[in-house]
Design a protein around this ligand. Structure first.
Ligand code: FAD
Length: 415
């Protein structure tokens, strides 16, 4: 297809790119989305755990994560791993991650993360009035195997309440009442009532439909490789097939690949890909009604229609989608521990899926103008909250495009 545009070009058709297109269209803007993959590709925005998480106000660079991460590094089935290698980008990211993994930083960003997630939840509710994508507002159970784990989650629940996020600390009996459809072997947990879950595949299809109905184009199998600039502006984007696409404004929403493309404009974003896996059981032995996270194992479990999706692992090790069977085993093992009705044979025929989370070192997304280039906006770095923060990111980018409300300075392109 011959790309034509004299308007806004969004590079990247994941959840961030499509939400940006959707909210820009609502403001009467004309956009073109380009993505180097095909429409059927199972990107991060489709294979994820489908959770909408106001409960996630503590960034990835959390207090205590460095010590915990060191211990996890020794275990090949652990949920977190950084592949050691001599690489300047990784070293720079690691230093920033280390600098931010403390109470002071969490204190500085928790209210912003909570606010963004709550606003996004509201936008999901509004979208669900028009389109069906399996949104379920039943809350999330943060399940703890041990009393120590429960005490630690109870502390987080107290902070949640200060941020107006509903959190109920529950013993095992109360947890069983909240989700009687599943047998759980846990000491207790926290019920975050405002968290939700949805079907990511249906959500992406609904957004595509809305964008196309409004007369905007999504062009697949089209990769942006470089930019043509005049003074401090991009005027056109070079594509792999040798063609160019003119642009008045550009939004870069390339997920974990964003640093490669921002580099062409003189700024390599400080970001690493955080690989995760998911396993989707089409006929699960039991189907919970609520989504849950196994607190100690860092595994997420979500009922999606009649199927059950289990997701986990954060491997910082480059932009590859190779599957590490030991870590997949770690995920399966934890399901058997927390949900004892599940056995190895439940996972026998399941092909693991892998996806890359775009991880900034301080756990906040980058949403703002590209330094020194006046008509390029960056929207990425959402790590494990990209789905959850999709709609609010789309709205913030749209307000930058229309020059109405500037974004929070904490979100600007940094490092
Ligand atoms: C196992 C797992 C579970 C997760 N669970 C959740 C969850 O429950 N809730 C939640 O909120 N988040 C979750 N996430 C995180 C979430 O999936 C990501 O944060 C989100 O999908 C990132 O969206 P994105 O649009 O930024 O990137 P992507 O979905 O990766 O999209 C970027 C797109 O840009 C395209 N692209 C890249 N470079 C170019 C280029 N040069 N030209 C053209 N196109 C380009 C790519 O092809 C891709 O389609 C999970 C992630 C994983 C891996």
């Amino acid at each position: 297809m011959q790309p034509k545009s004299d308007g806004i070009v969004i590079i990247g058709g994941g959840i961030i790119g499509l939400c940006t297109a959707y909210y820009a269209i609502q403001q009467g803007l004309k956009v073109t989305v380009i993505d180097r993959d095909s429409e059927t590709e199972q990107s991060s925005s489709i294979g994820n755990a489908g959770m909408i998480v106001p409960s996630h106000f503590i960034p990835l660079a959390a207090p205590g994560i460095i010590a915990k991460g060191m211990r996890w590094m020794m275990n090949p089935e652990s949920p977190f791993y950084i592949k050691p290698k001599l690489n300047w980008e990784l070293a720079k990211w690691g230093i920033q991650f280390w600098k931010h993994a403390n109470e002071k930083h969490t204190h500085a960003v928790k209210a912003l993360l909570a606010e963004l997630n709550l606003k996004s939840r509201q936008l999901f509710s509004e979208l669900a009035e028009q389109e069906e994508f399996g949104l379920k507002k039943r809350g999330l159970l943060m399940l703890c195997k041990t009393q120590k784990g429960l005490d630690s989650e109870a502390n987080i629940a107290n902070i949640a309440k200060e941020l107006n996020i509903h959190a109920e600390v529950c013993n095992s009996k109360r947890i069983a009442q909240l989700d009687p459809a599943i047998d759980m072997d846990v000491a207790g947990g926290v019920w975050f009532e405002q968290d939700c879950h949805l079907n990511p595949h249906q959500l992406m299809s609904a957004l595509r439909k809305k964008i196309r109905q409004a007369g905007s184009e999504i062009i697949y199998q089209t990769e942006a490789t470089d930019f043509i600039t005049k003074e401090n502006k991009v005027t056109a984007i070079s594509l792999t097939n040798g063609e160019t696409i003119p642009a008045s404004q550009v939004v870069m929403a390339c997920g974990a690949w964003s640093p490669n493309i921002t580099h062409k404009l003189g700024k390599k974003l400080c970001m690493q890909a955080g690989k995760g896996y998911s396993l989707t059981l089409q006929k699960p032995t039991q189907l919970p009604e609520l989504c849950s996270i196994f607190s100690e194992a860092k595994v997420a479990v979500t009922p999606i229609g009649t199927s059950l999706r289990v997701a986990g692992t954060m491997e910082i090790g480059g932009n590859n989608l190779d599957i590490n069977p030991r870590r997949v085993q770690g995920i399966i093992k934890s399901v058997k521990e927390y949900f004892p009705k599940f056995q190895d044979h439940d996972f026998a025929e399941i092909t693991p899926w892998a996806g890359l989370r775009p991880c900034s070192p301080d756990g906040l997304p980058y949403i703002g103008n590209m330094p020194k280039i006046s008509n390029v906006i960056v929207a990425t770095g959402h790590a494990m909250m990209g789905l959850s923060l999709g709609p609010i990111t789309g709205q913030i980018v749209t307000s930058i495009l229309t020059k109405s409300i500037p974004p929070d300075p904490k979100l600007q392109v940094r490092f």
